[in-house]
Each structure stands twice: as C-alpha cells, then as structure tokens.
Design a protein around this ligand. Structure first.
Ligand code: PLP
Length: 452
C-alpha cells in the first residue's frame, strides 16, 4: 500500500527483528492477558501425559479437549499420517475421490445403529453441526416439507462456534456478542436441576418431563415449521449435564409424533467416551443424524463426520445423474491425511477394545469422583462413562474464579483439568489406568481442601 513500509516476513512490525514472542497469537477461548503473563506451555505428549515447557510430566485428565481418546503419541497413527503425506498429500473430494475416504466411511458406519448408514465428512465439530443443520432443512424440502425451516436447540447446549451452532446453542456468553445469529431458532429448557438431582450417580432421577418442552414449542410454532431438534446426549462444554432417566426416549417420541428430525451432537460422547461406542448405544435411543469429530482421529488430525439415516441420504438421490445432489462441502472434507489417521485410530480402538473400555473403569471412576463429596465448596458431582464434573459454589461477585484457580493449581501440581464456569470437567484418554485415576482424585482432593 502506498506510504506503508513493507513488513519483512518473520520479523516483528515494531522492532524489525525476528521474534518468537507470545503477542501475535490471539488465543481461542482463553484469557489472553493472563496466559501471556504466565504461560502454560505444553511441548510434548506420550500416553496419558503431556510434558510442560519446564520439563514436568502433566497427567492429561481431559484427553486434550475431549479428543485424544487413544492417548498421546500413538505410533500407529503417527506412521499412518507420515506415509499418507508421502503417498497422497491431498486430493479433492469434490467430483473426485481417494480410496481411504471410502474405506473410512464404510468402516465408520458399521459402528452406527442399523439404518444410519451414510457419512458426510467435515473438519471439526462446529462444521459437523452446521452440516447437520443444513442437511435437516434441505431434507425437509427434498421430501416436500419445505415449510419446515425452524431449528430447535436447548438452553445450555454447546454445538461449536459457527453461526448455526451458536444459534441452536444455549450458552449465553457464546451468543450475546454476536448479533442476531440465525432466525427461526428456538430452545427447549435445559435439564440441570441441582435442587432435585445433586450428587446423582449416572442418570438423574428427575427431569424426564422437561422433554415435553418440545410440545410447548410445537404448540407455539406448529410442527409444520420445525425441521429438527439438536441436543447433546450428555451436554459437555456447559459443565456435564447428564440426561435424566427417560428424557431422551421422550424427546425421540415427540419428534416421531411430529415428523421432526432428532440430531444427537456426539462430538464428545462419540468414540468410547461413555463406555459404549456412541451415546446412542448407551441410552438405546436412535436419532436421525449424529454429529461427531474429536475422537474420530483421536485428535491427531482435524476431522469431523455427520452420520445420517438412509432415508435422509436417499431423499437427495434424485434428479438427473450428473447433477450435484447436495451443495455443501469443505476443501478438506475427507482429507487423505485425516482419513489415514481415522483408519489407524479405528485400528487402535478395535485392537485395544477402547470403545468399551470405559465401561470397565466407570465404576471405579464414579467411586473416586463421588469421594470428593463433602469437600469445601462442592455443590454437585456428576458422572457418566469416563466423564466427570464437580460443580463448585461460585465466589460471590466473581463467578468462574474459584474453578479457574483450581485449574491453575492443578497444572502446578502436574494435572490438566478443564473448567467451564465454576464447574471442573474431566474426560481422560480411554487408556487410563486405575493408578492414574487415583492420581487425578488425590491431587484434586488436596486442591479442593485448601481452595479459597
Ligand atoms: C457437543 C459439541 N459440539 C460441537 C463442538 C465443536 O467442536 P469443534 O471445537 O471441533 O468445532 C464441541 C466441542 O467441544 C462439542 O462439545
């Protein structure tokens, strides 16, 4: 641009010296100023542990961000990725194909309930959600129900950060800064009810009737305007909300009654987290579409996938053969390297029985987690499969600070946890051993006993 001095690549704009400072990277979902004053850098990872920049072994109680289900540094995935980059680094999936994408799709659908037999590839959970929402609306139109454009989400839901996802999502801070979002969206109430369900082990007793909130929205908007409902079977990012007994069954029945599609967002519950391959298996409730990401490649290469029922796919397969049926896709949909990583990840899951291993460990996980009941500020504990949450009483006037302090102290004590609001959430890699479960809860006990 006229009058502007050209910046030399690799140099800082002010000093013109090569720099490796922390300023340029605007970190996602992070308190940037706090982090940059006291960075928590991870430089390596193997098995259940990260290695910090100061050389400590940090136990990963969160599988990265709910994604490294097979643990870190798995040689088989590393090898698959390396050889794929060499063999075929990239191939478009628009009007072209490569074998591993089809192989992965064919293998993945064998994990699905009968009837869900097609998969659309994306690169993240957010993209999977956008894809599923678009397919829902386009499907209703394809089957002659074009007035069904409305999307229903749930309060406290998290469906990623794109506009569709935050519109159907129900976390206020993820919505309030971003304008009007999508129109034609409404929400059913969330199921969190500490007054009736505090310290439930697994599914809470109370709250199945909250599914009837969908009937309220049907009465308000009329079923003929509603395309789909999207919920997380277990709401994760909002602080681990386990569905009350009978709730998901009731939601399914109401959707069936009114011709509304039910989408399960299984971005965190998919790939073994519940002790079953997917939450649909755990709860015995089959949705029409399932959104996934994260564990599909154990977090190694970005990838997501949307699984759909045969009827949905078939509804698009008409018109002249040469016509594109769905005007949607990403440059990196079914990326060869991600596909190779996905195949190697499935091999590991199968060889080591990881998609059901959580079921063996869940009782011990539950016992140790609920052993924290009675510690200062703990107002609720929740669990399912290898997921656990501890809700703390917020400090008056400083919400989130108490849990964030626990997070910082845990990292100092070689433990990586996650917090959302004043809730500590955990979801370790599925290779965890009992001794590591002990390490997590012994460390947390020490922290919570002394937390201000
Ligand atoms: C249920 C659910 N949906 C969607 C997403 C978004 O996934 P991503 O961050 O890969 O876009 C997440 C991420 O945590 C999630 O938990």
């Amino acid at each position: 641009m006229a009058g502007m001095e050209a910046r030399k690549p690799g140099t800082d704009s002010r000093t013109r010296v090569a720099t490796n400072n922390l300023e340029a990277f605007w970190m996602p979902f992070t308190a940037n100023r706090q982090f940059k004053k006291a960075p928590r850098m991870l430089v390596a990872a193997e098995g259940m542990y990260y290695r910090s920049a100061d050389g400590r072994k940090v136990l990963d109680a969160t599988a990265g961000l709910w994604c490294c289900n097979a643990g870190h540094g798995r040689q088989k995935i590393v090898d698959a990725v390396a050889s794929q980059v060499k063999e075929l680094d990239y191939a478009p999936a628009f009007q072209m194909g490569h074998p591993k994408a089809f192989e992965l799709a064919a293998r993945l659908v064998t994990y699905m309930p009968l009837g869900i037999d097609h998969v659309f590839f994306t690169n993240s959970g957010s993209e999977s959600v956008e894809t599923a929402l678009k397919i829902a609306i386009a499907y209703q139109r394809a089957r002659g129900e074009g007035t069904r454009f409305r999307l229903i989400g749930r309060e406290r839901g998290y469906h990623g950060v794109n506009f569709g996802g935050i519109s159907v999502g129900g976390i206020p801070t993820n919505r309030k800064f971003f304008g009007t979002m999508l129109t034609g969206v409404d929400h059913i109430r969330h199921t969190h009810d500490i007054a009736r369900n505090a310290f439930s082990k697994g599914q809470p007793q109370h709250g199945a009737e909250l599914a009837d909130d969908l009937e309220r929205l049907v009465a308000l908007h009329d079923a003929s305007t509603i395309a789909a409902v999207i919920v997380e079977p277990v709401a994760g990012s909002t602080g681990v909300l386990i569905p009350p007994k009978g709730y998901l069954e009731r939601l399914r029945a109401i959707c069936d009654k009114h011709g509304i599609l039910l989408i399960f967002d299984e971005v965190i519950t998919g790939f073994g987290r519940m002790g079953t391959p997917f939450a649909t298996d755990y709860y015995g409730v089959v949705p029409d579409m399932i959104t996934t990401a994260k564990g599909i490649t154990s977090g190694v290469i970005p990838m997501g996938a949307v699984f759909v029922k045969k009827e949905i796919y078939d509804a698009f397969m008409n018109g002249p053969d040469h016509m594109i049926e769905l005007f949607h896709g990403y440059t990196y949909s079914a990326h060869p390297v991600a596909s190779a990583a996905g195949l190697a990840t499935l091999d590991i899951y199968e060889e080591e029985g990881l998609l059901t291993r959580g079921a063996e460990l869940a009782p011990y996980w539950e016992e140790r987690l609920h052993g924290l009941r009675g510690l200062p500020h703990v107002i609720d504990i929740r669990n399912s499969g290898l997921i656990g949450a501890i809700e703390l009483e917020p400090i008056a006037g400083s919400p989130t600070k108490r849990a964030f302090t626990a997070f910082l102290e845990a990292f100092e004590k070689n433990l990586m946890i996650r917090t959302t609001g004043d809730i500590i959430a955990m979801s370790p890699p599925l290779i965890i051993e009992k001794s590591e479960i002990d390490q997590i809860f012994d460390t947390l006990t020490g922290i919570l006993k002394n937390l201000a």
